[in-house]
Design a protein around this ligand. Structure first.
Ligand code: ATP
Length: 244
């Protein structure tokens, strides 16, 4: 492969890691959360991370999302080395490029759906119109409703709208359907697939629901701090075509 082709290929990667490791604590009590992870995630993909509890999925997401630091090894975002960044550079990276969705929606109860989304967009460098973000997750008609007037699935879709309103390059979702029944969870996953398809946002989803793999471009199986298998999925389907 010529150097220019190799460079072009690298430019299409959202993330690359080499020998990425994370140890919490020291001595006999040390926990090896990541043990030499080598990974490539092409830009624009929807990636599902599966693995047993404690296998290191959240640790990986937090390092790639710039909210935790590796102990050794290297991680790159679009060719820039995250593991070499100062705290200030990591903060700028998060602010500009990263959206997070967590298991619990953490919406402000005294603000409407739209106001919750506005709150984040106001401090973003390159926001999208917040009503467009709500529309993308199918909640434009509920813009003036308060969280207490929305179902769990709808609240999570507001949290997704809040995360995408800043126009992030990557969206990290840690157990986004963990607090929902499978029927409600499907609506949330459809919203994430819609965001990925329409905006091209590279999307990483941690889940315990193995069936979610069917909607992904790429499935990463984690065990004991290591990648066990990466499966590319050429026939991904909509979440409502999956038998849960
Ligand atoms: N701040 C911390 N201090 C000490 N150990 C930690 C810390 N965070 C995570 N760990 C440990 O690191 C290991 C990996 O944790 P991690 O949360 O990444 O796993 P996970 O695969 O996301 O698990 P789950 O599916 O239960 O969320 C676990 O053994 C966990 O107890």
């Amino acid at each position: 492969m010529s150097e220019s082709v190799a460079k072009a290929k690298t430019a299409e990667l959202a993330f690359r890691t080499s020998d990425l490791s994370k140890v919490y604590g020291e001595g006999p009590a040390a926990v090896h959360a990541l043990r030499g992870v080598n990974l490539e995630i092409p830009a624009g993909e929807l990636v599902v991370l599966l693995g047993p509890s404690g296998s290191g999925k959240s640790t990986l997401l937090n390092i790639l999302g710039g909210i935790d630091r590796a102990s050794s090894g290297r991680a790159f975002f679009q060719g820039d080395e995250l593991t070499a960044m100062t705290d200030r550079q990591l903060t700028a990276y998060r602010r500009r490029h990263v959206g997070f969705v967590f298991q619990f929606y953490n919406l402000m109860p005294s603000l409407t759906a739209l106001e919750n989304v506005d709150l984040v967009a106001e401090i973003a460098t390159d926001p999208m119109p917040t009503m467009d973000a709500l529309d993308l997750v199918g909640l434009k008609p509920r813009a003036t409703h308060f969280p207490s007037e929305l179902s769990g699935g709808e609240q999570q879709r507001v949290a997704i709208a809040r995360a995408i309103a800043k126009n992030p390059t990557v969206l990290f979702c840690d157990e986004p359907t963990g607090a929902l029944d499978s029927k409600t969870g499907v609506g949330v996953l459809k919203a994430l697939q819609e965001v990925n398809t329409r905006l091209g946002t590279t999307t990483l989803i941690i889940t315990h629901a193995a069936a979610t793999a069917a909607m992904a471009d790429r499935v990463i199986h984690f065990a004991d701090g290591q990648i066990r298998e990466v499966i590319e999925n050429d026939h991904k389907v909509s979440p409502d075509e999956i038998s849960w």
